[in-house]
Write a protein that binds this ligand. Structure first.
Ligand SMILES: Cc1cc2nc3c(=O)[nH]c(=O)nc-3n(C[C@H](O)[C@H](O)[C@H](O)COP(=O)(O)OP(=O)(O)OC[C@H]3O[C@@H](n4cnc5c(N)ncnc54)[C@H](O)[C@@H]3O)c2cc1C
Length: 382
């Protein structure tokens, strides 16, 4: 893992330049058209983003969660959707790196790092999201393979990606149910198809899909960890990084909305002065900047714990909960500052307002986060 501060600064400087040169100029147009940013994906491959948190021995950049979080925040300060193209991909990679067999790590991680295999995680089903133990997608042993049957929904990168870590039920009668859950790395092929592309309020340009598995044959070699019944824990482990990533997105969006509001408030004049000089607007700006700064600190705290391989479900939950709510509130406050122009697609703030609520839903809703936080509080105090 790379902890060298000067290396981090170089990487962040490269990301900043890329964001300004490639991302900012196209964000509004691509979002409005819900167009997939193919060129950006190629650039992300060159930047090494598909291997950002994968260890160097497997061809990744081996970045710490702290550096990774800063990269994510800087992208999301401008446009949140592109971060989703490599974020859920890296959760898949984290599940394999933490829970996979040596052979699986050697086979998959270099391909994930280069972007040759690219995708995300398939957990949610039409009838099960928060309650993952209620999933139904079945994986049945058939010789040296498994046959997968069922449906996943809301899967990010489900159309443009070619690979997915799929959470299944290998033993539907297991008690408790999580003991009957297993994770498979599935490369697209016969029997693994896109049901439909899903339309969305925000988070456009990145594909979200319903995916259908019909007698999809996957080798037992792709069962993460090589043993049935570990899928739920493997996913929970991967989601720690996922929550830090969502928190980093929230902190970035909260900061981006604040910057936009400040800039606008200094330009826009009413009653003979810039609206930034009206106390009502100043109060909003102060609250927004404080929220954004607090979100950034919570993200740093959670990422540092993760990097020190300490248990961080409480810290990652707090960061995810607070930073995502900060993104929503700051987007709404910025809309107020922009007045009527907030409603115009000519300005970027309406996209923030549509994108931010997803952060309160993904990687465990904020209701679930609060339960995780409280359970950990009790456990740590006992
Ligand atoms: C744009 C987008 C992209 C996504 N990408 C992915 C992806 O790549 N992979 C993937 O697997 N999933 C993905 N999801 C799905 C997402 O993870 C789920 O929507 C989320 O986990 C919530 O599940 P649900 O929608 O089934 O809501 P439900 O679980 O039905 O929850 C509905 C409401 O009830 C609340 N609730 C549920 N249980 C409790 C409880 N015990 N106590 C209190 N409140 C509770 C929830 O907080 C929520 O407010 C994505 C979703 C969206 C919208």
């Amino acid at each position: 893992m790379n902890h060298d501060a000067s290396v981090e600064q170089q990487i962040l400087a490269t990301i900043d330049k890329w964001v300004e040169r490639e991302l900012r100029p196209i964000a509004r147009e691509y979002d409005q058209a819900d167009e997939y940013p193919t060129d950006l994906v190629e650039q992300m491959k060159e930047l090494g983003l598909f291997g950002a948190t994968i260890s160097e021995e497997y061809g990744g950049l081996g970045l710490s969660a702290s550096t990774y979080a800063r990269i994510v925040s800087r992208i999301c300060e401008v446009w949140m959707a592109p971060s989703g193209i490599f974020n859920s991909h890296l959760i898949m990679a984290s599940c394999v790196e933490r829970g996979g067999t040596q052979a699986q790590k050697e086979h998959f991680l270099p391909k994930f790092a280069s972007g040759e295999l690219r995708g995300g995680i398939g957990l949610t089903e039409p009838d099960a999201g928060s309650d993952l133990q209620g999933i139904r997608l079945a994986a049945k042993k058939d010789g040296d393979d498994y046959l997968l049957n069922g449906t996943k929904t809301w899967i990010s990168n489900g159309i443009k990606g070619n690979c997915l870590a799929v959470l299944t039920k290998t033993d539907p009668s297991a008690s408790p149910p999580h003991r009957g859950m297993s994770l498979f790395v599935c490369e697209k092929g016969d029997g693994f198809s896109v049901g439909k592309k899903l339309k969305k309020l925000g988070y456009r340009s990145i594909d979200s899909a319903e995916l259908i598995f019909e007698d999809f044959r996957v080798s037992a070699d792709n069962l993460v960890g090589g043993e049935e019944g570990r899928g739920f824990q493997q996913v929970a482990g991967g989601l720690e990084l996922g929550r830090i990533n969502i928190a980093a997105r929230g902190a970035g969006m909260a900061k981006g909305a604040t910057k936009m509001a400040l800039h606008y408030a200094m330009e826009r004049k009413t009653f003979g002065k810039a609206i930034a000089e009206h106390q009502a607007i100043q109060l909003k700006l102060a609250e927004m900047s404080t929220r954004a700064a607090a979100a950034e600190l919570l993200v740093s705290q959670a990422a540092a714990k993760y990097d020190h391989q300490e248990r961080c479900d409480l810290e990652a939950g707090q960061a995810k909960f607070f930073a995502s709510e900060a993104a929503v509130q700051n987007s709404l406050d910025a809309m107020r500052v922009f007045g009527g122009y907030s409603y115009s697609p000519e300005y970027e703030i309406e996209r923030f307002y549509r994108d931010a609520p997803l952060l309160c839903i993904g990687e465990g809703t904020n209701e679930i986060q609060r339960m995780i936080i409280a359970k950990q509080m009790v456990a740590r105090a006992s």
